[in-house]
Design a protein around this ligand. Structure first.
Ligand code: AP5
Length: 222
């Protein structure tokens, strides 16, 4: 049975930061729906142009488009041992579609870390976020600065501020999260696979809590 993890949490909670680390540790891919959309935008594909209309204003990309895209991605062979899903699912429809896809692949969601962060902190994190052009590595002006200002530590590419990280758009993204994504907390809680992580802590502490969660999953799987 292949094991999938769903990283849940509001925009700016640190899903991407933590998912990259955990994926490396477990040797499975991190699949971020936001990163796939941005990659498509960079390559000026039809999907990228369509998705950008929604992303720019802080709305969700329609379910049918997103589900098809993630379905194709998780069917690739690099997900043979499982994957970390970062930013997907984001609506009850997407969650149900994911269940169906995984059932068809003889896979399961083993754990859903829900990274909870206060709203004020989210705005602070997103307004200071710097993203690398080449591979989407993430930094923060204050909390996680690059070694050289404006340059990615990992691939040397330019760091930029995402268009949807402007304060007005951030506030709207948080509202959209509350309305459309928050119901997933209950959805996974009822299935007994939701683990709440205090995301207000420093990056390393959040990583520590996630590692503890993973060790417990490992123990309970024998
Ligand atoms: P996406 O790229 O997924 O954005 P998001 O969910 O809004 O999440 P973010 O990437 O903004 O935040 P994060 O939680 O990953 O935080 P990060 O680690 O970067 O989606 C963008 C858009 O694409 C959506 O708005 C939507 O339009 C569309 N989309 C994507 N998926 C979709 C789907 N499934 N359905 C429909 N539409 C979809 O951290 C943030 C900052 O904080 C960084 O600067 C970081 O360095 C810093 N930081 C992280 N942790 C800490 C910490 N503990 N302490 C201090 N600073 C920290």
């Amino acid at each position: 049975m292949k094991n999938f993890y769903v990283f849940l949490g509001p925009p700016g909670a640190g899903k991407g930061t933590q998912a990259k680390f955990v994926a490396k540790m477990l040797g499975i891919p991190q699949i971020s729906s936001g990163d796939i959309f941005r990659e498509n935008k960079k390559n000026k594909t039809e999907l990228g142009i369509l998705a950008d209309e929604y992303i720019r204003v802080g709305e969700l990309v329609p379910d049918d488009v997103t589900i098809r895209m993630v379905g194709e991605r998780i069917s690739r062979t690099d997900c043979d041992a499982g994957a970390i899903l970062d930013g997907f699912p984001r609506t009850p429809n997407q969650a149900k579609a994911l269940d169906k896809m995984l059932e068809g692949m003889n896979c399961q969601i083993i754990q859903v870390p829900y990274i909870a962060v206060d709203e004020e902190e989210l705005v602070e994190r997103l307004s200071g976020r710097l993203t690398c052009r080449e591979q989407g590595h993430v930094f923060h002006k204050k909390y996680n600065p690059p070694k050289v200002a404006g340059v990615c530590d990992f691939d040397g590419s330019e760091l930029y501020q995402r268009e949807d990280d402007r304060p007005e758009t951030v506030k709207h993204r948080i509202r959209v999260y509350e309305q459309q994504t928050r119901p997933l907390i209950e959805y996974y809680k009822e299935r007994g696979i939701l683990v709440k992580i205090d995301g207000n802590q420093a990056i390393e502490q959040v990583t520590g809590d996630l590692m503890e969660m993973l060790e417990k999953v490992d123990e309970s799987n024998g």
